[in-house]
Design a protein around this ligand. Structure first.
Ligand SMILES: C[S@@+](CC[C@H](N)C(=O)[O-])C[C@H]1O[C@@H](n2cnc3c(N)ncnc32)[C@H](O)[C@@H]1O
Length: 281
């Protein structure tokens, strides 16, 4: 079964066919890779073969593995995902690292945190669990994404105030109603028109366009709009905003000032690529 699965996935052009074959066959049997190897001499039941075949066919159509197995790890926790929500990416963990650092340095008691474009809730839920006393509000325009986020908060035991709506409108309303935020985080859609062809079929054909594409006429819309609203959204002094960037954006924003002359600092990810813009008061 493993050999057949591997050669099928190779024919479909998948780079890590062996690993993926093991993962998907294991998933069909409800066991991890280690247990799979302990069962190598055990014949498969016809329904197990059918289950494995279904998963392999989906992967052969380049559906993201995380959708097929139903989860993806983010900051050492499993987040449930499926069609209709962006799969959390490892580079987004940089926002959590930086947010924790800022919270620690600031010594806030009960920081108010806002996550704009929460998707699976990976940032909102992680910050609610990692930052002591955090009071987290999270917004998304996609009902389906928000369903996943709510499931994740429940499964991981995080308390987050999720709101459905347009990110900036909800942000302003939440600040007006509950007071400004100590931290605003966002991983907004940032793929620019020139980058679309470079996306893998997994991303281009399966992940939600609303989660991927920046407004084509204004690729810096999100970072600029959050900076324009910083006066209303952030606590002064000390409030900070962390926004994930695409790599073309990072080059445009290096050394820039946004909003009311706010200095933008860039943080690099583990691959040395500038990934996160930070600004605030
Ligand atoms: C790149 S995804 C990030 C999801 C998640 N924060 C993460 O890091 O995996 C961007 C998210 O922003 C949401 N979004 C796009 N436009 C929006 C808008 N105008 N208002 C609120 N959310 C929006 C999308 O639905 C999507 O869930």
């Amino acid at each position: 079964m493993l050999a057949l699965a591997r050669s099928f996935l190779e024919r479909k052009g998948l780079g890590e066919a062996r690993l993926e074959a093991e993962l998907l066959v294991g998933h069909a049997l409800g066991i991890d890779r280690l247990r799979l190897f302990m069962r190598l001499d055990q014949p498969l039941l016809p329904e197990e073969v059918d289950r494995a075949r279904d998963l392999l066919v989906r992967r052969g159509r380049r559906e993201p593995t995380a959708y097929i197995v139903g989860s993806r790890e983010f900051y050492v926790r499993d987040f449930l995902v499926g069609p209709g929500v962006l799969v959390p990416r490892p580079e987004t963990e940089l926002i959590v690292d930086r947010a924790r650092e800022i919270a620690k340095e600031s010594g806030w008691d009960a920081p108010r945190i806002l996550d704009v474009g929460t998707g699976s809730g990976c940032l909102a839920v992680t910050l609610a669990l990692e930052i002591d006393g955090a009071d987290v509000v999270a917004v998304d325009l996609s009902e389906s994404a928000l369903d996943w986020a709510q499931k994740n908060a429940e499964a991981l035991g995080a308390k987050v105030d999720f709101r459905l709506g347009e990110g900036l409108e909800v942000a302003r309303a939440a600040a007006a109603e509950g007071g400004p935020f100590h931290l605003v985080v966002s991983n907004p859609p940032y793929v620019e028109p020139g980058e679309r062809d470079a996306l893998s079929p997994e991303v281009r054909e399966h992940e939600p366009p609303l989660a991927l594409y920046a407004p084509p006429e204004d690729p810096d819309f999100w970072v600029r709009s959050l900076a324009d609203d910083a006066q209303a959204l952030l606590v002064q002094p000390g409030g900070r905003c962390l926004v994930e960037l695409g790599h073309l954006q990072a080059e445009r924003l290096r050394g820039a000032r946004l909003g009311d002359q706010l200095e933008v600092n860039l943080h690099d990810d583990l691959a040395g690529i500038s990934r996160v813009a930070e600004f605030g008061f």
